[in-house]
Ligand binder design. Sequence first.
Ligand SMILES: NC(=O)c1ccc[n+]([C@@H]2O[C@H](COP(=O)([O-])OP(=O)(O)OC[C@H]3O[C@@H](n4cnc5c(N)ncnc54)[C@H](OP(=O)(O)O)[C@@H]3O)[C@@H](O)[C@H]2O)c1
Length: 325
Amino acid sequence: MAKRIQFARTGGSEVLELVDVTPAEPGPGEVRVENRAVGLNFIDIYFRTGLYPAPSLPSGLGTEGAGVVDAVGEGVTHLKVGDRVAYAQGPLGAYADYHVLPAAKAVVLPEAVDFETAAACMLKGLTVQYLLRQTCPLKGGETILFHAAAGGVGSIACQWARALGVKLIGTVSSPEKAALAEKNGAWATIDYTKESVAERVRELTGGEMCDVVYDSVGKDTWETSLDCLKPRALMVSFGNASGPVDGVNIGILNQKGSLFVTRPSLNGYADTRERLKTMADELFAMLESGKVRIDIAQRYPLAEAGKAQDALQGRQTTGSTILLP
Ligand SMILES: NC(=O)c1ccc[n+]([C@@H]2O[C@H](COP(=O)([O-])OP(=O)(O)OC[C@H]3O[C@@H](n4cnc5c(N)ncnc54)[C@H](OP(=O)(O)O)[C@@H]3O)[C@@H](O)[C@H]2O)c1
C-alpha cells in the first residue's frame, strides 16, 4: 500500500496523519511521480493551520518533490515514464509516496542534480530566482536586506546575491545562524531579536539604506523593513512566518519615502510551462556552476512530517529540510 500524509481539520502538527492510499491514475495532461524526496516548506504550515485554505478536507499536503514519472495521462508529450523530474507547484499532496500533478508543472532534472537536492531547492530556489532576477532584476552593486537569511530560501538567496555582486544584509536570530549566512555570502548580518535593524542598516550603509528589502517574516518586521529602504525603493513582502501583514494604510508608503511594495508568489511568476522551464534552467545552471550549493541540514522520514514542521515553525532548522518516503 502507498502512504500519504493528510489532514482532516486544520490545527497544530498533531492533525497530520499517515494513511494508506491507492495512488490515483493521472488524468489528461497529468503525470504521476513516484517521489524519492519531498521538500518541506513554510507554506505547508500555512495550509495546515488554515491561514491558506486547502481546497477541500481531508487534504494532502506539500507541493514540492522529486522522483520518477511512473504513469502519464493522455495528451502529455514532454514527459514519459522513467523520466527524472522535480516540481514545486500544483495540487497539495506531495507529502506522499506518489503524487499526481499537471505535467506542465514538472521539469526534467539534469543528470547532475540528484533527487534530494532537487526536492530541497525547487520551491526555494525558483523563489530566489524570481525575487532576485525578476521582481527586481539585480545587476550587482545594490544593497539589499533579506530576512531569515539562514533559512531555506535565505541560504540560497545569500549565495545567489554573492554571485550577482549584490551586498546582502541578512537578518537572523542567533550567532550560529549569523555565521551560516555569512559563510553563504551574506555581506553582513543583524540579529533582529537583539539589535535595531534600521539603525544597524543605517550604520552598515553609511546612511544610504537599501535598494530592496525582501521580507518573508511578515507581521513582526513589516514596518522595520520600510524603515530600511532608500526613498522610492522596493519592499518585497513574500511571506508570513510571524503572521500575515494586514490592515495596512497605504499612506505609510508616502510617509516612508514614496516607496514601492509588491506581494509576489512563485505561482505568479512560473505561470506557464515555458516560464517555469526558463527559471528552472537558470536555477540548475547555478547549481551546476557551484555558485549555489543546497544545504540539506535536516532529513526526516515521511512519517515524521509533523515533527519536521514543528522544527521549521519553531525556528530550529537552517537551510533546507526534506522528507523521505
Ligand atoms: N511568496 C513566495 O513565492 C514564497 C516562496 C517560498 C517561500 N516563501 C516564504 O519564505 C519564507 C521562508 O520559507 P522557508 O520554507 O525557506 O522557511 P525558513 O526560512 O527555513 O524558516 C522560516 C524562518 O523564518 C524566521 N522567522 C522569523 N520570525 C519567525 C516566527 N515568528 N516563526 C517562525 N519563523 C520565524 C526564522 O529564522 P530566524 O530564526 O533566523 O528568525 C525561521 O527559521 C516563508 O515565510 C515562506 O512562506 C514565499
